[in-house]
Design a binder for this molecule. Structure first.
Ligand SMILES: Nc1ncnc2c1ncn2[C@@H]1O[C@H](COP(=O)(O)OP(=O)(O)OP(=O)(O)O)[C@@H](O)[C@H]1O
Length: 264
């Protein structure tokens, strides 16, 4: 379980990116974080794996106060949490399989790191991860010969090979065409349901969020203004998240939603 208690995050320049954050995410949930650009979505996600430190409050992961972790503890935490980025973060001049095997590098003894020798079990796990995201046939293909969607699947397989309990995804489909974006979102859902991995994803595309995630957290100006089932998100909720208007103000909601078109 991920638990935020009275969390505040202030950047060194004085900007408060998160405030009064109290939220619990159970193991196996699929949560989409939505909100305007600059609302604090990336900051929220990056606090979970200590890419960003918080300034007030606590974050517990499976009962462990991650604020108390030091060097080795932080590295261990990050290995137990997969992270997927919009830009895939792959080594494009080498094969798909090698990119997935990279997830084992921190666990290798020094002599293996420099020789690049992986165990049979690691190779099987890497191939199994590629199979899970449907690109086993691409294992020996160079990454730069793959489409964007296939590359994001390699990134997902690399994360899976790490066997994390939690996957954080920062705009994972933002650079993909609509059809491929749906396929990748489908992969996330499959992994979430079949392997009971928690998925916490930032996403600008509201329609995709509502289609694939079970729970939506709406952040506005660093605060959670909506937290509920995807099926409970309606135009009024979207207006609250995206325009800051109160739910009662229905007359203005319609025009604001169509103007900003957050559901497109
Ligand atoms: N390293 C930083 N130093 C100072 N301010 C930052 C830093 N990173 C982010 N911010 C600010 O914190 C606020 C929240 O940023 P964040 O990236 O979390 O928003 P976001 O909702 O993910 O936005 P986007 O959808 O555009 O990625 C913004 O005002 C941003 O300018």
């Amino acid at each position: 379980m991920i638990e935020f208690i009275d969390v505040e995050k202030q950047y060194p320049n004085g900007l408060t990116a998160l405030k009064n954050i109290n939220v619990k995410i159970e193991q196996g949930e699929y949560v989409a974080i939505i909100g305007l650009s600059g609302a604090g979505k990336s900051t929220f996600i990056r606090c979970i794996n200590r890419m960003h430190g918080i300034t007030e409050g606590s974050i517990y992961i499976n009962g462990m106060d991650i604020r108390l972790l030091k060097g080795k503890g932080v590295r261990k935490l990050r290995r137990s949490i997969g992270m997927i980025f919009q830009s895939f973060n792959l080594v494009t001049r080498t094969t798909v399989l090698k990119n997935v095997l990279v997830s084992y590098v921190p666990d290798l003894p020094f002599w293996r790191k420099i020789t690049g020798i992986f165990t049979k079990e690691q190779k099987i796990n890497a191939l199994t991860a590629l199979d899970k995201v449907g690109i086993l046939d691409k294992a020996y293909v160079r990454v730069d010969q793959l489409s964007g969607g296939q590359q994001q699947r390699v990134a997902l397989a690399r994360t899976l090979a790490q066997a994390p309990q939690i996957i954080l995804a920062d705009e994972p489909v933002a650079s993909l065409d609509p059809v491929t974006a749906n396929l990748v979102m489908e992969d996330f859902r499959k992994i979430n349901k079949e392997l009971n991995m928690t998925v916490v994803m930032n996403i600008h595309h509201v329609e995709l969020a509502l289609t694939y995630a079970d729970r939506i957290i709406g952040i506005r100006s660093g605060e959670i203004v909506f937290d509920g089932n995807a099926s409970d998100v309606n135009d009024e909720v979207l207006s609250l998240i995206y325009s800051g208007q109160e739910v009662e103000d229905t007359s203005a909601n319609e025009s604001t939603i169509s103007e900003k078109n957050p559901v497109a």
